[in-house]
Write a protein that binds this ligand. Sequence first.
Ligand code: ADP
Ligand code: ZN
Length: 434
Amino acid sequence: MSEYWDEKNETMPIEERQADQLKSLQEILKWVYERIPFYRNAFDEKGLKPEDLKSFADLTNYPTTDKNDLRDNYPFGLCAVPIEDVIRIHASSGTTGKPVTGPYTPQDLEDWTECMARNLWAAGLRKNDICQNAYGYGLFTGGLGFHQGAVRLGCTMVPTSAGLTERQLTLMRDFGTTGLFCTPTYALTIAERAEKMGLNIKTWPLKAGVFGAEPWSEAMRLEIENRMGIVAHEAYGLTEMGGPGVAFTCSEHRLHINEDHFFPEIIDPETGNPLPEGKQGELVFTALRRQAMPLVRFRTRDISTLKREKCACGRTLIVMEKITGRFDDMLIISGVNVFPSQVESVIMEFEEMEVHYLLRVRQKGYLSSLAVEVEAKEEVYGGGQEALDNLSEKLYKRIQQVIGIHVPVTIVPYNTIARSEGKAQRVIDEREKK
Ligand code: ADP
Ligand code: ZN
């Protein structure tokens, strides 16, 4: 059986792919210019016509689109087709504000399903797998996105949705679930509950997980693999690009972007200037094939790096690095940019600690300061105050060494930080809002 779901599109020679992408870009610019007044005005303002795009470099002349543009045009202002041609509408989780809408034509749903099928196939899932989907069903794209992909593979779908953790475990055991889909933090919540209930998932048929929808460190990925006895794969996506299925991990755990559907760029988040491959910055996507709402140069606010490298899996799809964090979650502490995932990586170096932590941001004069609360494993917490003081001192020093900032660390008892069923909320901003 092939290693690829769609061999042609996943392994196409780069020159051939780039020729296709250029053509798709020209077509999509024309599509939006003719159908979406917002883009027509934005292009006209810059004196640009769709046909002015002759090379990839020309794309940087075109305006970017951001979340505010979507909010200003809520709900259907950026829709390129009449609403009767739309057969589904999703909406974002609203992690950073008012939710944005995502409309789909039948073709959009088909393309999304294919992108998800690639993702799940690359995770090793096949027709004989039993897949439990613990992403929330509903407006959130995670639920139906994964559902459609697994149905396309012919897997046996168990649409549990998020929550009711004990029932997740009962069904997982009784049905012999082999594939699990949810956020990484929910995977850990499930693993932890199993341990509490005295269930050993490692001996169950569960073999693969496909996790995403929030930033997670490589250390956390390994922790999930360890605690569940599975291979942990990843899905990346966003409502504005149609949901999960924008990028997926291969056998080498590299995140490949479905480049025949999404044209990626990296820009400097401060200046908006394009950055070369290999430089870290804000991910920007142009949807190449979407009909209902193809966004041009959409600024994701997600921080990553693009790498055109040969991957042992044989895919020629460009690689993006694991998301370091959302630009909106970036904290500036004593002049140093800090993402929660960096603190997470340090915490995970310590066996004594749980992956449950909170970052509290406070005002200190004109500056912001950061404090970390992190749970210790149950047996460690019971080991006496002196041991805990030593441990928090070690953590404090390690954070200072790795990230370069002074952050007081408080070790809190096991199970005092709220467990998440979806996207975890790691940062609590206690600064006064102006
Ligand atoms: P919201 O912005 O309300 O969370 P979505 O539900 O559309 O909206 O979530 C998309 C966002 O989720 C992405 O922009 C990104 O920040 C985050 N995300 C999705 N998948 C991943 C992933 N694999 N790694 C890191 N972040 C991810
Ligand atoms: Zn690969």
